[in-house]
Ligand binder design. Structure first.
Ligand code: HEC
Ligand code: HEC
Ligand code: HEC
Ligand code: HEC
Ligand code: HEC
Ligand code: HEC
Length: 497
């Protein structure tokens, strides 16, 4: 047989190395082809296609080079070892059988590795991969996600989306994340806002588009106070979620901000975008209005040096799926359902206290919640501890569930870690701008009117008469705090207990 390559290439090490390199190269091509055909990016696949396989490929090349180098050394030292390739004689039945086995084996091996890498490829797109492969790191996000309206929307749909640019970026960061998790280099908690989150137009708007936003939606909340009787208070709000469709003429409503024709730009003073000293709104007719916070201590020059941001979905919906609830809200909810019995004295205050204690781990929390609740009734209401044993046990169960969905001591995540920009009760939210303290040069104040974003349809305290009006009623705060709720932002009291 004529040899095409120099003689030093024909040695076992070089041939084996070459084979390894060739197979990994083939698999890389195969995976890249799959990715092109499938159309949707599979971010973590990059780890296999661009990190692991190339590493094997390079290893193969090194082995091959080593073989060549050894041959050269031997040749210089005058040692000649003739490597003969095996000669196959098809007339010899034993050769025929052996060849058959080797050939079938090779084909099977190739098929299986192609199938295996295809499966790995599929797996990296799944939510189990994102949520479970790095279980402890993603536990808060994955848990909250499973109980959210987006539980069936894949992680990659929001975090990566289609298109080549984001595909490459996510591959690079996917690779970095693998390194960070392997070597325990990741930050706890994971910081937000995510600077390289794909623009909302290309993710959210694939499923929700501006024209879809019209009319109102009603929400009905029940609250229980922190007194012995767990006094009940209810509220109906009609949230004005319209404003997205400019073709329908002049629009109004909450989604006015992200109307394609309206351009709202703001400059945040902090990296979490919670303090907003400067806002500019550009209307379709070209008028520009600038609002400045009367409370900001930053000078105009300092403000202009900071990065500007055009408002999109994420500026309000920053927690569309990783939603961590304030304890008062979750407890109100299960009390309304009757899962925690509202007739247990002081159970609202007790529940919030049991959840908020800074436990060192989830396991400690599970034990302590039981102790705190049982101990409270045993020492304050011994009669009830006996007669309502079942209701108390149920309370413990519900609190444990709430805890495990909203508190993650290991990752240092709880409902206070990440702000939610929808609303204004527990976080600044809409009141970052609509706090009544953002004013134009001409003195126009950005409204904080309680019936602008929602119509307060009805309120009822305990057995008092129901106050109701379709045009909107004046708000009454459930406990008497004077006019404090008009001047102070709600979150300043409600996020501190
Ligand atoms: C509906 C869209 C959506 C889906 C689906 C989604 N995320 Fe997110 N995710 C977001 C948004 C929005 C943020 C916050 C971005 C910001 O504040 O900058 C975020 C933030 C995160 C963060 C940063 C920490 C935090 O809590 O803010 C992690 C980690 C994360 N997501 C992981 C996941 C995982 C894992 C999945 C799938 C199990 C997933 N996401 C599914 C939209 C989504
Ligand atoms: C792959 C499709 C898809 C994508 C992408 C998506 N969503 Fe959704 N979204 C849904 C579905 C499905 C629902 C549930 C509808 C329902 O419950 O009626 C939903 C519900 C919602 C709701 C209503 C929640 C509620 O409490 O009723 C909001 C708000 C929302 N999405 C915002 C977002 C934002 C913001 C993004 C981008 C970060 C986003 N969505 C991306 C499919 C998607
Ligand atoms: C970055 C600042 C900013 C944030 C945050 C913000 N808004 Fe606004 N909003 C504005 C400005 C500026 C205007 C109106 C400007 C104008 O008309 O010139 C406005 C107008 C509105 C309007 C009136 C639209 C109309 O003309 O009918 C509603 C309703 C509204 N916002 C609701 C909300 C809600 C709800 C939130 C929180 C989820 C929110 N906004 C958060 C800046 C903000
Ligand atoms: C100014 C803040 C703000 C911006 C910007 C914003 N939203 Fe909303 N959106 C709200 C509020 C407030 C609600 C009603 C409260 C709720 O559903 O919890 C809402 C409700 C929704 C709903 C539920 C509607 C329903 O019928 O129940 C969807 C879906 C949604 N938004 C998607 C989006 C998408 C997609 C974008 C970006 C194109 C966006 N929003 C931009 C504040 C905003
Ligand atoms: C800039 C728009 C805006 C203004 C102004 C506004 N709200 Fe709201 N409010 C919201 C949004 C958005 C929500 C959240 C709806 C949801 O949870 O889906 C909300 C929720 C609430 C809730 C329910 C809170 C909860 O989480 O249980 C109360 C109570 C409330 N508003 C009272 C008021 C009062 C009182 C005022 C006047 C001082 C006011 N709002 C002004 C946008 C606004
Ligand atoms: C000066 C502090 C303060 C301010 C400001 C304030 N609140 Fe309250 N709020 C309280 C106190 C105290 C309670 C009683 C808590 C309890 O009994 O559990 C309460 C109770 C509530 C409750 C029922 C609590 C629950 O979760 O069960 C709601 C709803 C509420 N306030 C809404 C608001 C809204 C909306 C605003 C802003 C417009 C606001 N509050 C501003 C102090 C405040």
């Amino acid at each position: 047989m004529r040899r095409i390559l120099p003689n030093s290439f024909y040695n076992p090490a070089t041939l084996a190395g070459g084979l390894i390199a060739a197979i990994s190269f083939g698999l890389i091509l195969f995976l890249m082809l799959l990715e092109t055909l499938s159309g949707s990016p599979k971010p973590y696949m990059g780890i296999i296609a661009f990190v692991i396989l190339p590493a094997i490929l390079v290893l193969g090349l090194i082995i091959a080079a080593f073989g060549v180098w050894r041959e050269h050394r031997r040749a210089r030292a005058g040692i000649t070892i003739e490597h003969h390739l095996p000669q196959i004689d098809f007339n010899n039945p034993r050769h025929r059988t052996a060849f058959g086995f080797v050939a079938i084996g090779t084909v099977l091996l190739l098929l299986f590795s192609a199938f295996g890498s295809f499966k790995a490829y599929e797996h990296t797109d799944s939510d189990q991969f994102c949520g479970e492969s790095c279980h402890t790191v993603m536990e808060p996000e994955y848990t909250a996600y499973q109980y959210s309206p987006h539980a069936r929307v894949g992680c990659v749909k929001c975090h990566i989306g289609p298109g080549a640019g984001w595909f490459v970026r996510s591959k690079l960061s996917g690779t970095y994340q693998l390194y960070a998790v392997t070597f325990n280099k990741y930050p706890r908690p994971i910081p937000t806002p995510i600077s390289n989150l794909r623009p909302a137009q290309e993710t959210c708007e694939q499923c929700h588009w501006p024209k879809q936003f019209f009319s109102e939606k009603e929400i009905k909340n029940t609250y229980f106070m922190s007194d012995e009787k767990n006094s009940r208070w209810s509220l109906n709000l009609l949230i004005k979620i319209g404003g997205g469709n400019i073709e329908a003429g002049p629009t109004s409503g909450i989604h006015w901000h992200m109307n394609i024709a309206n351009e709202l730009t703001y400059i945040p003073a902090d990296s979490a975008r919670q303090v907003i000293p400067w806002i500019r709104s550009k209307h379709p007719d070209g008028t520009v209005t600038i609002y400045k916070s009367t409370e900001s201590t930053l000078g105009d020059e300092e403000i202009q040096k900071r990065p500007m941001r055009r408002m999109d979905c994420i500026d309000c919906h920053n927690r569309p799926t990783h939603i961590y609830q304030a304890p008062a809200r979750s407890v109100n909810h299960v009390m309304e359902l009757g899962w925690i019995d509202p007739s247990l004295p002081g159970v609202k205050a007790l529940s919030v206290r049991a959840l908020e204690y800074p436990y060192s781990s989830t396991a400690t929390a599970m034990d302590s919640i039981k102790l705190i609740v049982e101990e409270f009734y045993a020492s304050n209401h011994p009669g009830i501890a006996d007669s309502s044993r079942g209701a108390i046990e149920r309370t413990v169960d519900e609190l444990r569930k709430i805890y495990s969905r909203n508190y993650f001591p290991f990752m240092r995540v709880n409902w206070k870690t990440y702000t939610d920009n929808i609303g204004h009760m527990y976080y600044p939210g809409c009141f970052r701008c609509h706090d009544g303290k953002h004013v134009t040069e001409g003195g126009v104040v950005l409204s904080k009117d309680c019936n602008m974003c929602h119509t307060i349809l009805a309120q009822q305290f305990q057995q008092d008469t129901l106050r109701l009006s379709l045009g909107g009623i004046d708000y009454r705060h459930p406990v008497d705090i004077g006019d404090a709720w008009k001047e102070t932002n709600c979150n300043e009291c409600h996020n501190s207990n």
